[in-house]
Design a protein around this ligand. Structure first.
Ligand SMILES: *[C@@H]1O[C@H](CO)[C@@H](O)[C@H](O)[C@H]1NC(C)=O
Ligand SMILES: *[C@@H]1O[C@H](CO)[C@@H](O)[C@H](O)[C@H]1NC(C)=O
Ligand SMILES: *[C@@H]1O[C@H](CO)[C@@H](O)[C@H](O)[C@H]1NC(C)=O
Ligand SMILES: *[C@@H]1O[C@H](CO)[C@@H](O)[C@H](O)[C@H]1NC(C)=O
Length: 494
């Protein structure tokens, strides 16, 4: 479905011009669709074979075409970031010259074909951001030259096959946001060239393999929310000179923080004292009975409630507390792969399912843990209203529509939503307001609303570091049911 640009020879031999000269087709927007051919010899009778085919980030729609089968000299196939549907055909396993192959961020479904195990020259394989089913075929263990495997957010489940122990050249493995089960295999410790390992948001169990201590080249290790139970001290990471990211958070680890991790000094910012659950400010001297916050603007809401702007400039570990009515917000976490991660996102678009679209134009986003606090509230039951709308995942047949934001919601420490997906809650639509309401007790003049990323959802759609909880606005008001109840109570008393 793609038309060739003027750079290409479509009237004659396509293996001419940019296809055979030294034009660089990588990282070049003019060459999102491109081919490269082997050097053709033999004059008019020669057959030139295509060695590289790239249809990248063009939203090509439809199944992977059967014609691909004939490109037997392909060494590099990049069909990433389109909207390819249907199965990954097993004939791909016939293209045995293949070295670099990616189908990342499409809408492919069905099993990962075991025939991929025939691609013995494969160095890089990208299958992430699709909707496959079933487990990884054990035949992938035959890909002895494989150095990079991207299978994050790909719909896969089950244990990692033991045959993967043979992939000793492995450097990067992204496998987050699947439903992989079983133990994190010991053999990962024998992938001695490994620099990046991302396993967050799976259902692994049991200990962290002690063999990980062998991975001296590791730069980035993310095992958060993997249900790992272990003593953190059992692995000594101090000898890992390249390590710049280590995230074991939200597992079932025990013991004390090992000495190699204790070098940092912490300085707590002002307002911190008010955010401790057991020592809130204004305990027994409440100052207000409601508050409302919008991520960005000062807005008068539907019920004349004034939404105060949350314009706090929050970074990787910061908080903000404001006065009368007193509320606070805190963020913990740094966006992976995004140097300047965006903590406030914005869209001027039209929002459906609301009379106050302005409330939804900004949202606060967090890479890990985002908390809002009501401080110095009258005790009693409150209705907490959380407002959400997704806007960077379009509802068209685009690779960008494959983005999924998934997080958990806790109010007063109780989990109200697990794997909450704003767009799903809006019937699969972006630019559509979603309202979540909970009635919760405030007993110590303190309200805690916690939005938490448990490693689920896509990591990098539409940009690197675009994931984690996001919220447009929120409010807390005394529960009306409570007043209705009191009112009725008074009348019946008379
Ligand atoms: C297109 O291919 C034909 C051969 O089929 C060749 O004669 C012609 O020069 C090519 N054009 C360009 C612009 O490379
Ligand atoms: C593949 O190539 C063969 C000849 O080698 C040809 O007969 C067949 O039509 C081609 N198939 C497709 C799908 O282009
Ligand atoms: C993924 O595939 C399942 C069937 O395996 C289907 O029910 C679901 O709708 C698909 N989801 C998306 C987002 O394509
Ligand atoms: C709050 O709600 C609970 C359950 O609905 C009720 O039992 C309790 O009496 C309410 N508390 C107040 C202070 O109204």
């Amino acid at each position: 479905g793609q038309k060739a640009g003027p750079q290409w020879n479509i009237s004659g031999d396509p293996c001419t011009g940019a296809a055979i000269d030294n034009t660089n087709i990588d990282n070049n927007d003019i060459f999102k669709a491109a081919i490269k051919c082997e050097v053709c010899t033999g004059g008019n009778t020669s057959v030139c074979r295509i060695t590289r085919l790239k249809i990248y980030a063009l939203d090509a729609v439809g199944p992977i075409p059967e014609e691909l089968r004939n490109l037997t000299a392909l060494t590099d196939l990049d069909l990433g970031q389109n909207y390819l549907t249907g199965p990954l055909p097993s004939f791909i396993g016939e293209l045995t010259d293949m070295k670099f192959m990616t189908f990342g961020i499409n809408a492919l479904s069905g099993p990962v074909p075991k025939e991929l195990g025939n691609l013995k020259n494969l160095i890089k394989l990208g299958l992430g951001g699709n909707n496959f089913s079933g487990s990884l075929p054990s035949e992938l263990g035959n890909l002895a030259k494989l150095e990079e495997l991207y299978i994050d957010s790909s719909g896969l489940s089950g244990p990692l096959p033991s045959s993967l122990s043979q992939l000793t050249k492995m450097k990067k493995v992204w496998a987050s946001d699947n439903d992989f089960t079983g133990q994190i295999p010991d053999y990962i410790g024998s992938w001695s060239s490994l620099t990046e390992l991302r396993l967050q948001g799976n259902s692994f169990q049991g200990p962290i393999p002690a063999t990980l201590s062998n991975l001296g080249q590791l730069a980035s290790l993310v095992l958060r929310n993997c249900r790992i139970s272990d003593k953190l001290v059992s692995i000594d990471f101090s000898k890992f000179t390249s390590l710049n990211l280590l995230d074991f958070s939200y597992n079932l680890l025990s013991g004390s923080i090992p000495s190699w991790a204790k070098n940092s000094q912490f300085v707590l910012p002002a307002g911190w004292g008010c955010l401790q659950r057991n020592t809130p400010c204004f305990l027994d001297s409440p100052k207000s009975s409601s508050f409302a916050v919008d991520s960005g603007k000062s807005i008068v809401g539907p019920d004349n409630s004034v939404y105060q702007p949350d314009r706090a400039s929050l970074g990787a570990a910061s908080l903000y507390v404001t006065g009368a009515p007193t509320w606070g917000v805190s963020n913990v976490g740094k966006f992976m792969d995004a140097n300047n991660g965006s903590y406030i996102i914005h869209s001027p678009g039209q929002f459906l399912n609301t009379l106050d679209p302005e409330l939804f134009q900004n949202a606060r986003m967090s890479p890990s843990s985002l908390r809002y606090f009501g401080i110095g509230l009258e005790n009693g039951n409150y209705t907490v209203t959380l407002l959400f709308a997704e806007f960077d995942f379009p509802d068209t047949q685009s690779w960008k529509s494959r983005g999924r934001r998934v997080f958990d919601i806790y109010v007063q420490g109780e989990r109200k939503e697990q794997n909450f997906d704003i767009r799903k809650a809006a019937g699969g639509k972006s630019f559509t307001a979603v309202r979540k309401q909970y009635t919760v007790p405030v007993t110590k003049n303190f309200l805690d609303i916690h939005l938490f990323w448990a490693g689920k959802g896509t990591c990098c759609i539409p940009t690197q570091g675009y994931y984690g909880p996001a919220i447009s606005a929120l409010s807390a008001t005394p529960s009306t049911n409570q007043f209705t109840y009191n009112h009725t109570f008074h009348i019946s008393n008379k």
